[in-house]
Each structure stands twice: as C-alpha cells, then as structure tokens.
Design a protein around this ligand. Structure first.
Ligand code: CA
Length: 224
C-alpha cells in the first residue's frame, strides 16, 4: 500500500508520515500542490492525503486536475474547521473523504483504512497461500497454525506477495508498492528483505513458498 501525503506544514507532514509508516504503508510526502499533482499522475498510489491550503497550486485545483487527468486514487482532504466552503469544493472536485484540522491521528488511520477497503486496495478478507494465513485486520500471520512475527517492512512485503500470489513481481513493482520513491539508491534491499521473509516463512519447511524467478523477481505460490 502506497500513500501520497501532500502537505506543506513539515510538522503535520512528518506526524502523518510516521503514523502511516508504523502501519506499514509506504509513504511519499510532497510539500506543494504542483509537485503533488505531478506525483499523483506518475505513481500508482493507493491513497492520497491532500491538504487544501497549499502554496502555489491550491489543493482543490490539484484534485480537479488529477481527476480530469483520470487519476482514480481515493483522496482524503484536510481542511481547517473554518474552511467549510473549501471542504465543499473539495468534495465536489472528487474527494472521497475529509478530515478537519486538528485531528486525532487514530481517526486519520481509521479513515485511511476505510477508504482503502472501499477502493479494493486493502480487502479485509483473510489472505492464504498454502498453509500461510495473513489477516490484514489484526495483522496476524501464521504458518501451519503457528504464529509468526514480522517487522513492519517484512509484513508489508509479505502482504504484497500474498495478495499477488502466483504472479511474478519484479523488483521495481515491489519497490513501488512496498518502499518509497527514493528507493532506487539501494535496490538490493528487496533481496535482503526477501531473505528475512524466507528465514521466517520457509526455513526448515517441506514446501518453499517464496520463489526466485531468475532474471525477473519473486513470486509466492504454494507448489514450491
Ligand atoms: Ca497547509
């Protein structure tokens, strides 16, 4: 799950980023409207959190242009409590939800989850590959009914692999969905994380579920 946060106030932006990253989303932060519009059109985000009061291109304009350009990503707008007309304009321009500042971070997270569920980005249904079972709501993972523990990034990678079980995932696909924009500088991080996952999931098992597809990337499937 990859989320774009367009917010010019550094404190608010880093607060949101930290909270989302703790939930194992990959997060990109953009401090201005024009950049945000550009990223929204370039990267296939699962959710955009968009502040309406931005320097340069205002949030409502970002949203209008993104929708006009065919960007279908769910958008949550952030407004001050007093900006009722802005909020209405935002919803008219194609926002899916809004949050007024100041907000409790738990509310932002809950609304983000709801939007991702609605858009099909984060189905609440259980994922299963062979005897590995992942519950996206409780974030519990078991193999052969034995509970496994993961770091935030490992969990995000595993969820992405399981959601796309049977499909070859290239390193750049994995990078785009699980890591952030500045990923390119350390590409072998994916291989390292795959080895962490293998240690926890496949090591000492009869069937190896995480497969290396030579020259392409990785795939998770049950007939390993
Ligand atoms: Ca602002």
């Amino acid at each position: 799950m990859r989320i774009l946060v367009v917010e010019d106030e550094p404190k608010v932006a880093s607060f949101i980023r930290r909270a989302l990253e703790e939930e194992s989303y990959a997060v990109d932060v953009c401090p201005d409207g024009a950049g945000g519009l550009d990223w929204a059109q370039t990267v296939n985000y699962d959710l955009i959190v968009l502040d309406l009061m931005l320097p340069g291109l205002p949030g409502v304009e970002v949203l209008k242009r993104a929708r006009a350009a065919g960007v279908k990503t769910p958008v949550m707008i952030l407004t001050a409590r007093s900006e009722v007309d802005q909020r209405v304009k935002g919803l008219d321009a194609g926002a899916d939800d809004y949050l007024t500042k100041p907000f409790a971070i738990e509310e932002l997270l809950a609304r983000a989850r709801a939007l991702l569920r609605r858009s099909g980005g984060a189905p609440s249904g259980i994922l299963q590959v062979d005897d590995v079972v992942l519950n996206p709501v409780t974030r519990e993972v078991t193999r052969a009914e034995q509970r496994l523990e993961f770091t935030t990034k490992e969990y995000a990678l595993l969820e992405y692999l399981m959601r796309n079980a049977g499909r070859v995932l290239t390193r750049s696909m994995i990078a785009e969905h699980v890591w952030d924009l500045d990923f390119d500088t350390f590409t072998n991080v994916i291989d390292v994380y795959i080895s962490y996952l293998r240690n926890k999931i496949d090591k000492g098992r009869e069937r190896n579920l995480i497969q290396t597809i030579r020259g392409s990337g990785y795939m998770m499937r049950s007939d390993g």
